[in-house]
Design a protein around this ligand. Sequence first.
Ligand code: SF4
Ligand code: SF4
Ligand code: FES
Length: 326
Amino acid sequence: MYTAVSRSVFTSHFWMRGVARIRVSRLSTSAKETPSETDTAVAKEIAGIAECKTPSKETKVEPRLQIVRVYRWNPEKPKVKPYMQQFSIDLNKCGTMVLNVLAFIKAQHDPTLSFRKSCREGVCGCCGMNINGVNTLACVTKVKESPKPLVIYPLPHTYVIRDLIPDMEQFLRQFHKIDQYLKRPGEDDFLGMRQILQSPRDRKKLNGLYECIMCGCCTYSCPPYWWLGDKYLGPAVLLQAYRWVMDSRDMAHEERLLKIRDFYSVYRCHTIFNCTKTCPKGLNPGRAIAQLKCLLAGLTKKEKPDLETAIPNFCQSEEQYLSKKE
Ligand code: SF4
Ligand code: SF4
Ligand code: FES
């Protein structure tokens, strides 16, 4: 008790002295009539910052006008031939990518403009178009302010459904032709009932192949595909074919190679590498086709997988698997 009382007396005494000192110092500061040099410098600095950084309400942002020319064709007006429509767009008012500009045109200028889009981040592959002469994805292509117009066409050598929408039916039909899924003949009874093993080394072989988003930019930049698109599979589909042949978990590579072993499917590629140059994902379909040709010619062989997944599986059916777990 004594200790507590004496402590509180000491503390209050200490605080009283402290407060007194602060008061004295304040009095002495206010007594000074001229501010110190440091105060003046700080005041000047604050004034400078306010002058430079506070934007005046009256300041106007200069418009960044860009001419955009877009291919237009409407099947509902068959008598009107395809034409290029011109828009003047203020780049300050829309996003930075070509897809943003198209969305702005559709919202503000012409709601009839048609184009495909979905993910707007280079993943779905549906906004492929020809921008300033290059096949690429509109959602990952930046608009550069330029005195020259930004010219946008649908993917070249495609049938056009409307405006910037190409008909991809043949392309997708060819994609299905290569059986774009894992094949393990004779293992249908075990589907979905176990993990199929793959070593990290085997997994690495799929890098540069699995990233393809099937946008079709490479296929529609390939001259042999322009002329023989109905027979030649084109770079995108062949890259996928190679991806499935090389997958260590796939057990049907012989069958896959047999399916494309003909005069047109692969051998129309003349290694021009337009496809590799244009791919917006930085892939190399030309190289994949060259490797596919080596496999077809027997110059290289698919390696055996590092890890085998045992057959038959220890569980014969799902019910048995569940009862074993219990
Ligand atoms: S490398 Fe082959 S697939 Fe690629 S653009 Fe040239 S011809 Fe077409
Ligand atoms: S290889 Fe490239 S350009 Fe060709 S479909 Fe795939 S992502 Fe598109
Ligand atoms: S919108 Fe999906 S890739 Fe462009």
